[in-house]
Design a protein around this ligand. Sequence first.
Ligand code: CTP
Ligand code: MG
Length: 242
Amino acid sequence: AALAGVVEYRNVTFAYPGAESPVLSNISFTARPGQTVAIIGSTGAGKTSLLSLLPRLYDPVEGEVLLDGVPVSRLDRAEITKRVALVPQRPYLFSGTIEHNLRFGKSEATDRELWDALRVAQGESFVRDKKNGLDARIAQGGTNVSGGQRQRLCIARALVTKPRVYLFDDSFSALDVATDARLRAALKQTTADATVIIVAQRVSTITEADQILVLDNGRIVDRGTHEELLETSPTYQEIVES
Ligand code: CTP
Ligand code: MG
């Protein structure tokens, strides 16, 4: 199972270069293929920072991040990118066609694969509605599509690469609740064998996660399923009620 997609954070502490105090302290968890691990916590808690360590946008100052048992510090970025897809919190589109944007991570993808990804990402109908379909042009930064459309195109782009590990950073926040629910149901099928780590603002997005990590001020203060945390975690209860 060398390419299974097991993610392990082992006692990870991280500070941004030049900063004095860490934004993540002693983070440990494991996410396995077939599982969804959710990360929730208030703004500035360190959720985006935590995700950024797996694709090595930054490296920890202490501890290790492992992919299939190998420290990612020993893997080159291209190797990681083949196995891990990050959908960033501010999804970015290039000036060019929709097709160009979707093929970004995997240039040899077929049109069929692009449409399959769009279908899962709930982006099929708005791309179909465009006069030029996949050839429709996206302005620099994606300014001519809505925030929710941008999110869905970036989710589709990740799906096209068929990674072992998906990192979704607040990727569903611009979607209405119904679209969010449809997208997650479709994703659940498509990513059933993959490892999914998902940062969310809305609790409704993550109630079915196998494990929820409650992040507060760079630390995991509680962990468990939604039902367990409702019973045991005052921090989680606060998030649910907010
Ligand atoms: N931070 C920083 N330098 C960066 C990015 C973030 O110093 N390049 C700091 C932020 O100011 C914050 C902490 O790191 O104090 C955690 O930031 P982040 O991981 O982005 O927090 P999130 O939990 O992702 O916050 P949000 O919900 O707003 O996305
Ligand atoms: Mg963030």
